[in-house]
Design a protein around this ligand. Structure first.
Ligand code: ADP
Ligand code: MG
Length: 764
């Protein structure tokens, strides 16, 4: 209701404004018309004045000239003027009437423009009349001048006539006097004679004077004639000017008729406008009245509404006041709540802190326990584990059926792989198998528990075994973009050592060595050609050591990279073909981690041996000769020895033949006792490599299948097949169909029970 009221109010205001505007416009129009009429009045006034002047002029001329022709003309002109004055008067009356009519103003309407046009026309006509009048005045002036001149001439004429008359009179008087004298003289003869004589003399003089006078008279008459001529001319001029005047008058009449017409039109229009204005005003008024009525009605409605709204307003005000009170009290309440919330939060934080501490303590204890369990598990599983890794097919494998993959995997068991060899599928079970797509990262994840146990003082060996090109070096060293176990292990050691720096001091040193043709050489030393010996420690501890083997202390990844580079350079400068050479030698990276517990003074030493073995491929018996044969023999011997040692260790034989090769002898400490060993068997999946792949996998399974515990002791009776023996094995005969547990016969039974036990372990 309020809104509608406001709306109506607005409407009312708008209407009032409209009305005001209309009134303003009306006033402006009235002003305009008033000024116009004033102008017209002024013009009439001036015209009147001029007329009067002319009349005066004419009367003056008439008085001057008397009853001549010019005077008659002037009379005529005066009459004309009088007539004009009458006309003017009539016009004035009309104008007054017009003004009276114009007093009733006209409101703004579309005729206004037309009106303005007409007015302009009127003013133009008036201007023209003005000009004509000016011309008339000029002509009058001219007439007056001429009349003046005429009067002058007449005056002169009169003067000369008067003069002549005087002269004539004077002459006649003298003549009379002379005649009288003659008569008197005739009466006095003597005297008369004399007098006659003198008179005769004098009469000659008189006669001469008479003649003169006559000639003068004649001149004056001529002059009069001339003046008359001039007068005639002037009259002619006057006539012509009167003619022009008549023409002008006709023109004026014409203009005035036009003026009248325009005036009539204007009047009509003004009347029409007036009517329209009245109509509009009436309309607006009636509309306003209707609206006012509606407003009044609305107002009445609003009033009743207001009456009903008042109670609601009262309750609202009450509510508002109570809300205001609440808002006023709110900050206090909020502060109170915040204070208590803060207290609660800090208490909760405190509780969380203490729980955290407790959890951390428990976690540490669990970690210890887990490590113990892990070690126990490793011990139970055997400290020797065997993994298999299949490299992807590479460009070097070529194309076609030769390069096809002969290896497949078991989707449900990541410890099994199948090899298709000569049309038959042979399956192998290892501790874990890495398929070609397995990343370096994934491989290292399986290895890192071994690496960290070296910090706790365990010795660890990781071997990469397999034919040349199967990925041994890739797994151990890797590439710059994708480093292998060596670098990742050292990085892990660094970070682990850093984590323990609060209680322990650790030093990490690395050595790099190579065994080629059963000769041990230092890769970081100054004399790489020098053959090193492995000796018993003189302290009687039974430990072995290599005098002269260089040890580098490393503290960062950069240090390791330098060491590796250095080692590589040595190997490259020593050999013409590094790949060729590396496949014929064992490369060892020996990392020693020495720790000191600052609180207890306890010292630990762990060794991590990372070994990239020489290629395990068989060299054809017939083809090889000389140095190649010797190399092959050495490799075979050392790999067989390694197999023997691992077999002996896993089967817990009393005697372990460490001394059968330089490699096993050097790693004796790291292979025996609580040490942990990982054999990473690398194979190529290519079709053309299947026989070598089969050999490597057989080696892996044989190492693994050794029975643990008391039962395994029986296995002591079985002998580890030499590398030569392996070479001699025909893959077809050695691998029975199905799972290739091709260990020597005594192990045949025990390997089954081992796999059953392993399953129990894993499920437990
Ligand atoms: P080995 O050291 O056993 O002779 P390499 O490590 O030199 O064999 O590997 C032979 C080739 O195969 C190299 O070019 C290597 O980069 C590539 N290779 C080996 N294993 C992998 C793998 N897992 N992923 C990608 N490339 C591999
Ligand atoms: Mg290699």
């Amino acid at each position: 209701v309020m809104a509608s009221m406001a709306h109506l109010q607005k409407e009312k205001l708008r209407l009032q404004e409209e009305l005001l505007q209309l009134q303003e416009k009306l006033a402006a129009q009235e002003n305009n018309e008033l000024s116009l009429s004033l102008q017209l009045q002024g013009q009439v006034e001036t015209l009147k004045a001029k007329l009067l002047e002319q009349a005066q002029e004419i009367s003056r001329l008439r008085s001057e000239l008397g009853g001549t022709d010019a005077e008659k003309h002037r009379d005529l002109l005066a009459a004309e003027n009088e007539r004009l004055r009458q006309e003017m008067k009539a016009l004035e009356g009309e104008l007054r009437e017009l003004q009276r009519q114009q007093q009733a103003p006209c409101r703004d309407c579309p005729h206004l423009q037309e009106n303005a046009g007409l007015q302009e026309q009127l003013s133009q006509l008036q201007r023209e009349a003005e000009e004509t009048r000016a011309k008339l005045v000029e002509l009058d002036l001219e007439v007056q001048q001429k009349t003046n001149r005429l009067a002058e001439v007449e005056l002169r004429l009169k003067d000369s006539l008067a003069e002549r008359a005087e002269e004539e009179e004077r002459l006649s008087r003298r003549l009379r006097d002379s005649q009288e004298t003659i008569a008197s003289l005739k009466s006095q003869p003597q005297q008369i004679k004399y007098i006659i004589k003198t008179v005769e003399v004098e009469s000659a003089k008189v006669k001469q004077a008479l003649c003169e006078t006559q000639s003068r008279n004649q001149y004056l008459q001529e002059q009069v004639g001339m003046q008359k001529q001039v007068l005639k001319e002037m009259e002619q001029q006057l006539q012509s000017s009167q003619k022009t005047e008549a023409q002008l008058r006709a023109q004026i009449m014409m203009y005035e008729a036009e003026l009248e017409r325009a005036h009539g039109e204007m009047l009509e229009e003004m009347q029409a406008m007036e009517e329209e204005k009245n109509r509009a005003i009436e309309e607006a008024f009636s509309r306003a009245q209707v609206e006012m009525k509606a407003v009044h009605e609305n107002l009445a409605g609003v009033r009743t509404n207001l009456l009903t709204l008042q109670p609601a307003l009262r309750t609202l005000t009450h509510d508002y006041n109570s809300l205001k009170r609440q808002v006023r009290d709110f900050p206090l309440l909020l502060q109170e709540t915040l204070r208590s919330a803060r207290a609660e939060i800090s208490q909760a934080i405190e509780e969380v802190h203490s729980t955290n501490r407790e959890l951390l303590r428990k976690y540490r204890r669990e970690l210890q326990l887990r490590k113990k369990c892990h070690n126990e598990l490793v011990r139970l599983k055997g400290n020797i584990r065997v993994f298999g890794r299949v490299r992807p097919i590479t460009k070097e494998d070529g194309e076609g059926p030769e390069a096809a993959s002969a290896v497949t995997f078991d989707a449900d068991d990541d410890a099994v792989l199948h090899l298709l060899h000569k049309g038959k599928q042979v399956s192998f079970e290892l501790d874990k198998v890495f398929p070609p797509q397995a990343s370096q990262e994934e491989v290292f994840q399986e290895v890192q528990a071994l690496v960290t146990s070296c910090i706790d003082g365990y010795n660890v060996c990781i071997f990469a075994y397999g034919q040349t090109g199967a990925g041994k070096t890739y797994t151990m060293e890797g590439t710059a973009a994708n480093p292998g176990i060596n670098q990742r292990a050292l990085q892990l050691l660094f970070s682990e050592v850093r984590g323990k720096a609060a209680d322990w001091d650790y030093t990490i040193t690395v050595s790099a060595a190579e065994i080629y043709n059963e000769a041990l050489r230092d890769l970081l030393g100054k004399e790489p050609q020098e053959k090193l010996e492995i000796k018993l420690c003189p302290d009687g501890s039974g430990q072995l050591y290599v005098p002269g083997l260089t040890e580098f202390r490393v503290q960062s990844v950069e240090d390791i990279n330098k060491v590796f580079e250095f080692g590589h350079i040595k190997r490259v400068t020593e050999c013409t073909n590094l790949n060729e050479h590396s496949s014929r030698s064992h490369a060892l990276l020996i990392v020693t981690v020495r720790g000191l517990d600052r609180s207890t003074g306890l010292r630990t030493t762990g060794k991590l041996n990372l070994v990239d073995l020489a290629g395990s491929e068989r060299v054809g018996r017939s083809g090889a000769e000389g140095s190649r044969l010797r190399e092959a023999q050495h490799i075979n011997k050392s790999l067989s020895a390694l197999g023997d040692v691992i077999y002996a260790l896993r089967s817990r034989q009393g005697h372990v033949p460490f001394r059968n090769s330089k490699l096993t002898y050097l790693l004796q400490d790291s292979l025996s006792g609580d040490s942990k060993t990982l054999m990473m068997v690398q194979v190529s999946p290519a079709e053309k490599n299947t026989s070598e792949t089969l050999c490597s996998l057989k080696f892996a399974e044989r190492v693994r299948s050794v029975e643990l515990g008391p039962v395994s002791r029986k296995a002591e009776l079985g002998s580890w097949p030499s590398q030569e023996h392996l070479e001699g094995d025909s893959p077809g005969s050695a691998a029975p169909p199905g799972r290739g547990h091709a260990s020597p016969s005594p192990g045949q039974l025990s390997s089954r029970s081992a796999s059953i036990r392993r399953k129990l372990h894993t499920s437990g």
